[in-house]
Ligand binder design. Structure first.
Ligand SMILES: NC(=O)C1=CN([C@@H]2O[C@H](COP(=O)(O)OP(=O)(O)OC[C@H]3O[C@@H](n4cnc5c(N)ncnc54)[C@H](O)[C@@H]3O)[C@@H](O)[C@H]2O)C=CC1
Ligand SMILES: O=C(O)[C@@H]1CCC=N1
Length: 255
């Protein structure tokens, strides 16, 4: 099985690395030569778009503004195009005569195989091809099939989501420094705090309010912090951030 990746930037480079564990050959197309330096080895091959067209699957991982010129060159591609481009609709890709499309919204968690990958397929993708896409993507994280209409929401929630979580993590670290802890000590504690809290929710499937209640003692330390959080409208700020991101994702789709 041959897989190509077009655009070997933040996301494309991670896809290339992880997919190389599944595919016998990973062909790479990238316009900035320096980004290819680390891929000058087996099973990678640096190619042009014409050669990439001979592969069974192509991952399109360029910025939205660069997609149309590449789709023009991929016209009539008969394999499955796996597009991770934010805002690029399946119907737009089909206009280029590329009829087998898997639209995917990943997130940076793919770097550690803990990504979230939402996927929708065009009508022409056969069930065995869907299985092929799923098996490729499972080397990057949790794969969930969704209706294409939910892409803007998923883009905000889990595509952009890590950036919002990183801002919150940074705020915890700032507070730790203010309290006199070193960055090195705080870092390991805070990262584990986020990981442990997320795992607890993921495994118990309980609502976060249930666990918040279990942590919060009457007249204790937690409720002091919760009151301060609510006064500074942290909850509203987070909701507004996600909604702003959602609006932008809708705008990218021309909505
Ligand atoms: N970074 C992220 O966390 C996420 C990104 N995405 C989507 O993934 C796509 C890529 O994002 P990033 O990897 O962050 O961008 P990036 O800018 O790091 O990578 C894009 C790469 O494409 C290359 N490129 C551009 N035009 C080209 C052409 N004509 N031929 C060959 N290579 C070309 C660029 O040189 C660059 O290396 C975007 O469409 C974005 O919406 C989706 C989910 C998460
Ligand atoms: O910021 C962006 O537009 C892309 C899509 C989701 C994450 N990064």
């Amino acid at each position: 099985m041959k897989v190509s990746v077009i655009g070997v930037g933040n996301m494309g480079s991670i896809f290339a690395e992880k997919l190389s564990e599944k595919a016998e050959k990973v062909l790479l197309v990238e316009k900035v030569p320096e980004k290819l330096a680390r891929f000058k080895r087996e099973p990678f091959e640096i190619v042009d778009i014409e050669t990439a067209k001979l592969s069974d699957y192509i991952v399109l991982a360029v910025k939205p503004q660069d997609a149309s010129s590449i789709l023009e060159k991929l016209k009539g591609y008969s394999g499955v195009l796996i597009s991770i481009v934010a805002g690029l609709k399946i119907s737009t890709i089909e206009e280029y005569g590329i009829l087998k499309v898997a639209r995917v919204m990943p997130n940076v968690g793919v770097r550690v195989k803990e990504g979230v990958l939402a996927v929708s397929y065009s009508e022409k993708v056969r069930s065995e091809e869907k299985e092929g896409v799923k098996s490729l993507l499972e080397s990057l994280g949790l794969v969930v099939e969704i209706e294409e209409k939910h892409f803007p929401a998923i883009t905000a929630l889990t595509g952009s989501g890590p950036a919002f979580v990183f801002v919150m993590t940074e705020a915890f670290l700032d507070a730790a420094l203010k309290m006199g802890l070193s960055f090195e000590v705080a870092r390991d504690l805070v990262y584990k705090l986020f990981e442990g809290s997320a795992r607890l929710l993921f495994e118990t499937k309980e609502h976060p309010a249930v666990w918040k209640h279990r942590v919060t003692s009457p007249a204790g330390t937690t409720i002091e912090g919760i009151v301060a959080m609510e006064k500074s409208a942290v909850r509203g700020g987070i909701i507004e951030s996600l909604l702003a991101s959602h609006r932008k994702a809708l705008e990218l789709e021309g909505k």
